[in-house]
Design a binder for this molecule. Structure first.
Ligand SMILES: Cc1ncc(COP(=O)(O)O)c(C=O)c1O
Length: 417
């Protein structure tokens, strides 16, 4: 049956935002940058709005503005080791969110099952449930249970046999997210090979959500599963202009894949969106063209954003580690997950009870307490878990795609915690 409730993670973000307004909290709960997109991206939008070409304000090609699909084609063809066709292999929906809807709704049907790695971006579950299909959760868990002050999302992996045991006749697709939200998990070559082999053996579609592909840390290279042998024809890869250019409000995404799968996505797209705003598409096209002239230079935002975020990740991680909120260093993306278990134990029950009840998950109780008592906003990671696994969580998600001054304010709170 269709589930009409909002994804819980979004609700928690809204609670944090309201609290931020009401009591002036430092909000690392909200999952987007509080800094502006790079100047050349802003300039591109100005250029479009001031253009004397009236057509830039009218409907454009339904499946993607020509200049944009051509720019994406030029940017991505080398990464796919093939010449992408701008008209057959790319679709431009409203954000990566819209791209996910197109990919899921066009490949999965009522009664199908879809594999998701847990913790997962909360929208996946709802999107799959809404079409009457069932998400099947594969836990990502740390290889070692040893408790250390800082660990790495690389240590979190899945059990191959468990994954295999969950493949059934009605399994239709594997939904992959690398780097992931919330964990910042970057799937390595071996893990991707396991997923590839299973997709091929059981004839599954892979929906690969790669919105954080440019935010890779410690010189790691992003691997596109679509480029692995036997995967192109069965993979839909999803990207986001909002994440790429720190302009999440622009809400423009893309799906890249083989012509037959893209054609199916187009059918859903026409039903839901029909076409995306022309000025935003033109501006993103100009921004990509500009980036392509800078790929080898220090100014290239596709690379400098990752450097900037890596420094911010390290800064936040060291603050957390100092006070015993154990950070799990992400390999990529916007987010850092920290373990609050030891810390939570030290807060008196009477303190927690002021803001939450005992039947709520530990991480939810901790976050409610932190918002009210410490003016510090975070997202409890249990919202990124299935109902069966929610209760046991004691992790919080923090977004470090923030101005240094915001992180410093967070640091001041943490130091006096
Ligand atoms: C993993 C993941 N996929 C997709 C999206 C949606 O991206 P967009 O804002 O481009 O719709 C998000 C946004 O938070 C995300 O974290």
């Amino acid at each position: 049956m269709a589930n009409t409730a909002n994804p819980v993670g979004r609700l928690f973000e809204d609670i944090c935002t309201m609290a931020a307004k009401e009591i002036g909290i430092v909000n690392l709960g909200r999952g987007f940058p509080d800094f502006s997109p790079p100047q050349h991206v802003l300039d591109a939008l100005v250029q479009v709005t001031q253009s004397s070409n009236p057509l830039l304000h009218q409907y454009t090609r339904s499946f993607g503005h020509v200049r944009l699909v051509q720019a994406l084609c030029k940017l991505y063809s080398p990464y796919y080791n093939q010449h992408l066709d701008p008209y057959q292999n790319i679709l431009i929906p409203v954000g990566a969110y819209g791209a996910l809807v197109c990919a899921i709704d066009s490949t999965v049907q009522e009664g199908d099952e879809v594999i998701i790695f847990e913790p997962f971006f909360d929208a996946y579950k709802k999107m799959i449930n809404d079409i009457g299909a069932t998400p099947v959760f594969i836990p990502l868990a740390p290889r070692t249970t040893e408790s250390s002050p800082t660990s790495h999302s690389d240590d979190w992996t899945f059990d191959e046999q468990f994954l295999l045991s969950k493949i059934r006749a009605n399994t239709k697709a594997i939904l992959l997210n690398s780097p992931s939200n919330p964990l910042g998990k970057v799937f390595n070559q071996r893990e991707l090979e396991i997923i590839r082999d299973i997709c091929i053996e059981f004839d599954l579609i892979c929906i690969s959500d790669e919105v954080y592909e440019w935010m890779m840390f410690n010189f790691k290279k992003h691997i596109k599963i679509a480029t692995m042998e036997g995967m192109w024809e069965r993979t839909l890869t999803i990207g986001s202009a909002g994440k790429t250019f720190s302009a999440t409000g622009w809400k423009l995404g893309w799906v890249i894949g083989p012509e037959p799968l893209i054609k199916k996505c187009q059918v859903i797209f026409q039903k839901c969106y029909y076409r995306c705003p022309t000025p935003i598409q033109e501006a993103v096209a100009i921004a990509i063209e500009t980036e392509m002239t800078r790929l080898e230079s220090e100014d290239c935002y596709l690379k400098s954003l990752a450097r900037d975020l890596e420094n911010k990740r390290d800064y936040l991680a060291s603050l957390l580690a100092e006070i015993g909120l154990k950070p799990i260093l992400p390999g990529g993306g916007y987010f850092l997950v920290a373990d609050v278990f030891d810390f939570h134990k030290q807060i008196k029950d009477s303190e927690l009870e002021k803001h939450s009840s005992k039947d709520e998950a530990d991480d939810v109780r901790f976050v409610k307490w932190a918002i009210k008592e410490k003016k510090f906003g975070a997202i409890p990671v249990s919202v990124f878990y299935s109902d069966e696994n929610k209760r046991r969580q004691h992790l919080i998600r923090l977004c470090f795609a923030k101005q240094l001054s915001t992180l410093e304010k967070a640091g001041t709170i943490l130091k006096h915690w």
